[in-house]
Design a protein around this ligand. Structure first.
Ligand SMILES: NC(=O)c1ccc[n+]([C@@H]2O[C@H](COP(=O)([O-])OP(=O)(O)OC[C@H]3O[C@@H](n4cnc5c(N)ncnc54)[C@H](OP(=O)(O)O)[C@@H]3O)[C@@H](O)[C@H]2O)c1
Length: 251
């Protein structure tokens, strides 16, 4: 078994976008990072790029909609280390854009929820036994200000005018997941935490990059920043929070 002091991190959807920046930065800070890749070709390239820089990373096939795949991924982490310090639930899909609830279909909702909510929950649930075995455990779930009911119902917020129903509902549900896990860990007095993070509008492949850039979207490094700060914090005393670089985000 490997060095038990090494901080071990698994990031889903880490072959591109913010997940890749998080993987690179955390490995540069000495963490061992499993690059959870959906697209294995891109995952192999990502891992090679980081290994060529001398970073401690490994490729892990990670389709969060496939329970067998999740179980295999967790088994790989268990076989190599026997514990996991940090799970960053980064994988996500945008769902149909500008989708009004009267125009959305149950199928579209199911598809978006399959990845963003059920997949993330399945991954998290499978990782908990390994998070409990680590010196500390952290679940960092990338949700979105698009999922904030507080902002959506604040007439002063631009989010009171944005409707992308399947994506927004799936990220709201993920925030509920964060709250539920955080309460269970707190009540069980475990050194495991669960927090939601909002990257804010970021120019990645998930979105219409050109349009986002025109509208002032952040570069990918800035979008990844808050999750990196939480992942590098050795105290692990934040639990049940929803934050961004600027501070607290309303639920
Ligand atoms: N960009 C923004 O403005 C913004 C704002 C707020 C929140 N977020 C959230 O930030 C997170 C990262 O997104 P990003 O902007 O960096 O986009 P991205 O580059 O598209 O990253 C998302 C990653 O998730 C992967 N993925 C999709 N389905 C998956 C599955 N079933 N299993 C495992 N991985 C899967 C994608 O793989 P493929 O590309 O191969 O499908 C991709 O690697 C997402 O959760 C997103 O909702 C983004």
């Amino acid at each position: 078994m490997a060095d038990s002091k090494k901080i071990v991190t698994l990031i889903t959807g880490a072959e591109r976008g913010m997940g890749f920046v998080e993987a690179k930065t955390l490995a540069q800070h000495g963490q061992f990072v499993f690059i959870g890749a959906y697209d294995m070709e891109l995952g192999q390239k990502a891992v090679k790029e980081l290994q060529d820089q001398g970073l401690d990373v490994a490729l892990l096939h990670c389709d969060i909609t496939d329970q067998q795949n999740i179980d295999d991924a967790i088994k790989t982490v268990n076989d190599k280390f026997g514990y996991l310090n940090i799970l960053i639930n980064n994988a996500g899909i945008p769902g149909p854009q500008d989708a009004l609830p009267t125009k959305s279909t149950v199928e579209e909702l199911r598809k978006t929820f399959d990845t963003n909510f059920f997949g993330t929950y399945a991954m998290t649930r499978a990782a908990v036994p390994l998070l409990k075995k680590a010196s500390y455990g952290k679940i960092i779930t990338i949700t979105s200000d698009m999922g904030s009911l507080g902002l959506a119902t604040d007439p002063k917020s631009m989010f009171s005018h944005i409707i992308s129903f399947p994506y927004q509902a799936s990220k709201t549900a993920l925030n509920a997941m964060t709250v539920a896990f955080s309460k269970e860990f707190r009540d069980a007095k475990l050194n495991v935490t669960a927090n939601s993070v909002n990257p804010g509008m970021t120019a990645t492949d998930l979105v219409d990059k050109e349009l986002f850039e025109k509208n002032g979207a952040k570069p990918v490094e800035s979008g990844a920043h808050r999750a990196i700060v939480l992942a590098l914090d050795p105290k692990n005393d934040a639990n049940g929070t929803f934050t961004e670089d600027a501070g607290i985000v309303p639920w």
